[in-house]
Design a protein around this ligand. Structure first.
Ligand SMILES: Nc1nc2c(ncn2[C@@H]2O[C@H](COP(=O)(O)OP(=O)(O)OP(=O)(O)O)[C@@H](O)[C@H]2O)c(=O)[nH]1
Ligand SMILES: [Mg+2]
Length: 192
């Protein structure tokens, strides 16, 4: 799939703020700073989502209209200790509500830092998504930070912690533009 148009539409915290045109949605989740917003920008080949080296950049649920036919959904990351406890709880509830209630949600891309591997929170999120029967894809981010010689070990760490097959992983780098076409083809199948 080629992304011909990508535009920010709206950001909000609850269903009443979200688009009402019933188009399919693809959600990107993961811990804070894992590279969700950067990944959306890389897929779109355009800076539409705000990114930062300070975790906690994304604070609401943001909708981006893609090719006038579906949405990419960017959400705040979890597991960032420097955001207040109240904020963490708010973010958690907001994302949980979105995932469990949104009928337009077609698939969830769970982003895991390739080098760091799945954190406790990543595993919890994975279990949560499975429990709600969501279509889940594991995106390994920032693969440019891992040496080729450590690649196999790194993959094993992730597959064993999440108890998944190697074939369910997509290894990517937004910075070096790795794995993006594979994701775009997958997205085409999901929203087509
Ligand atoms: N080396 C490398 N750095 C990356 C890559 N993708 C993102 N980053 C960096 O990681 C940091 C966080 O990126 P964001 O995209 O803002 O992360 P996020 O998951 O949206 O973070 P929150 O909005 O806080 O949840 C930024 O400094 C990015 O430049 C990548 O592929 N390689
Ligand atoms: Mg972000």
């Amino acid at each position: 799939m080629i992304i011909k148009s990508a535009n920010y539409v709206i950001g909000g915290t609850k269903i009443s703020h979200f688009p009402t045109d019933n188009l399919p949605e693809v959600l990107f989740v993961g811990r804070s700073n894992v590279g969700k917003s950067s990944f959306i920008n890389a897929l779109c080949n355009k800076t539409i989502a705000r990114t930062s080296s300070n975790p906690g950049k994304t604070q609401v649920i943001n909708f981006f209209m893609i090719n006038d036919s579906f949405y990419f959904v960017d959400v705040p990351g979890y597991g960032y200790a420097r955001v207040s406890k109240t904020k963490i709880e708010e973010f958690g509830k907001m994302i949980e509500n979105y995932i469990t209630n949104r009928v337009n949600l077609k698939a969830v891309f769970l982003l895991v830092d390739f080098k760091v591997g799945p954190t406790k929170d990543d595993i919890l999120m994975y279990e949560f998504l499975k429990y709600y029967n969501k279509k889940i894809y594991i995106i390994c981010t920032k693969s440019d930070k891992v040496n080729m010689s450590n690649k196999e070990k790194t993959i094993k760490n992730i597959t064993s912690k999440l108890n998944i097959d190697r074939s369910s992983l997509i290894i990517t780098s937004s910075e070096k533009k790795i794995g993006l076409d594979k994701c775009l083809d997958l997205i085409e199948e999901l929203v087509g």
